[in-house]
Design a protein around this ligand. Structure first.
Ligand code: 13P
Ligand code: 13P
Ligand code: MG
Ligand code: MG
Ligand code: MG
Ligand code: MG
Length: 379
């Protein structure tokens, strides 16, 4: 059977501040999803929460970009927002950047990751969900899962994976994408996706037969809204086992924390901490950024699960190391490289501060770069 797995997420109100979602709001989103299962629009629906963000995990047969399925998610978030407004939760309806739904939630605020595939005899998948970070947070782990044999042994051992994977990379500034096949074009891929402020991996495909392997949400709220309206807080779907990385190979990149953008006011670099569902409540300096991993077996479209995959003491060390990195970075306070570089701050108040001070800059030394890095005219 060909099924579509759609994960659509939004922050529709924080409880308290930006630290978590309120149970009543989550319950409402669940009810709307459950009703759609009863009405036959969806085969199954589950709801995940990471920080102040809520994700609908939906299976159906309407394909990707289905107006009905996107409309249902929008309705669920609208209904949830009504409760968030009643409770005066923080940033009620924060990620709903449009007043009305117009066919597809893409470009309207919510994050979307969806894929259509023929359900295998056994279909294990992992849904990753992060809070206080951007879609490019998935660049490094996707590279390790699908192109680094030191992390994913299957690339060497499993004949179906031996021909490698193709990465679809989005330039979030222009909206253009490029497909790069690994291992042949690995260094080109890394040259792009190491530039995390601009490029984000959108999807990954298996070279041997063109099967879809992974899809990530790539929506960037600041580029849609033209100003800072909270962080994107992305989701990602990865298919596992028999011709795809094993569950353990998919989770392995998260056993060693790395640094992502986001955290306080979306303006800082910080470690991505893998946590169990119950600890996906970022509070220290509104972070550090969190990621959860929900494992499902799909059976005739039904979501068997989720299993809380980071609820394993084997990830304690990563959590400890993330705490240590958080301490070191926090020591920098408002100074770079803890605070993001100025180009990344352009959607915040920083340009206004520079504009206010503009007339007060005088020539002190010839030939130096200006405060935003531009070359000053010293004639
Ligand atoms: P089991 O023998 O526990 O099923 O493990 C198989 C495997 O390949 C683990 O990576
Ligand atoms: P969220 O995107 O999770 O709402 O975070 C916003 C923020 O500014 C946290 O400090
Ligand atoms: Mg929020
Ligand atoms: Mg959030
Ligand atoms: Mg957000
Ligand atoms: Mg087994």
């Amino acid at each position: 059977m060909k099924i579509t797995l759609s994960v659509i997420k939004a922050d529709i109100g924080g409880y308290v501040g930006h630290s978590a979602a309120h149970p009543e709001v989550v319950q409402k989103v669940k009810e709307v999803g459950q009703k759609a299962v009863e009405d036959g629009l969806l085969i199954d629906c589950d709801v995940l929460v990471c920080g102040d963000d809520i994700a609908l995990v939906m299976t159906h047969t309407h394909g990707v970009d289905s107006e009905k399925v996107h409309g249902l998610a929008w309705k669920a978030f609208e209904e949830g927002t009504k409760i968030a407004k009643k409770l005066k939760l923080y940033g009620a309806g924060q990620d709903l950047l449009s007043d009305t739904f117009s066919g597809n939630v893409k470009g309207m605020g919510p994050g979307v990751a969806e894929m259509e595939f023929e359900e295998r005899p056994s279909e294990p998948v992992v849904v990753f969900f992060a809070d206080k970070t951007a879609p490019s947070a998935w660049n490094l782990p996707l590279y390790e899962m699908f192109a680094d044999p030191m992390v994913c042994a299957g690339l060497v051992i499993d004949p179906k994976m031996h021909e490698g994977f193709t990465f679809e990379v989005l330039d979030t500034f222009t909206g253009k994408a490029v497909k790069l096949s690994t291992p042949a074009e690995l260094y080109d891929l890394l040259a792009l996706i190491g530039t995390v402020e601009r490029y984000a991996v959108k999807s990954v495909w298996r070279n041997s037969d063109g099967e879809i392997a992974a899809v990530a949400s790539t929506q960037r709220l600041s580029l849609i809204a033209g100003k800072y309206v909270g962080k994107d807080d992305p989701v990602m779907i990865v298919r596992a086992q028999s011709g795809f990385p094993a569950i353990g190979e998919i989770l392995e990149p998260f056993a060693r924390p790395w640094i992502v953008e986001g955290w306080m006011r979306g303006s800082h670099n910080g470690p991505l901490m893998p946590v169990s569902f119950r600890y996906a409540t970022p509070t220290r300096f509104d972070g550090p950024p969190r990621v959860i991993a929900a494992g499902y077996q799909i059976a005739e479209g039904k979501l068997i699960g989720p299993r809380d995959l980071f609820d394993d003491p084997a990830f304690d060390k990563a959590r400890e190391q993330a705490q240590m990195i958080a301490d070191v970075l926090r020591r920098q306070g408002i100074f770079e490289p803890h605070r993001l570089p100025s180009e990344e701050m352009e959607y915040t108040t920083l340009p206004k501060i520079l504009a206010k001070l503009e007339g007060r800059f005088y020539e002190a030394e010839a030939g130096k770069k200006g405060p935003s890095g531009e070359h000053l005219d010293v004639d």
